[in-house]
Design a binder for this molecule. Sequence first.
Ligand code: SF4
Length: 127
Amino acid sequence: MEHKDLFEENWKIFQHIPSLTEEEKKEIEEIRKRHEKVFCRRCDYCQPCSEEIPIQMVLGIRSMVKRMGEGILLKGRHREAIEKGRKCSASEMCKERCPYQLPILDLIEENLRWVDEKIKSSYSMRY
Ligand code: SF4
């Protein structure tokens, strides 16, 4: 939750939790399974990173772009996080520390590839 309105909306829902159909339960379970090994919980237990990569920022870059727009890929702290991500030395210490056993190195690589593609396609559309 990022602001008070969302908290209030959630609170209203939790006070009158509707019962779920079997189909809805199945859908929730599928979503949970799909995210289990890729979703960063932003807990920072993987820190400290020897290369000072803000891992959760790199892993969460797609959702930040969704919320804040592609401009964050070009400058500011997200850009800095992306550049630090490129310096990953693949020590795998982070992976050992992550309580969710996320494949952090693969996810960093995947997200950096996504960032590069995003910048490339935005740039070629404008020029
Ligand atoms: S420990 Fe795992 S879940 Fe927590 S911030 Fe690091 S990568 Fe994300």
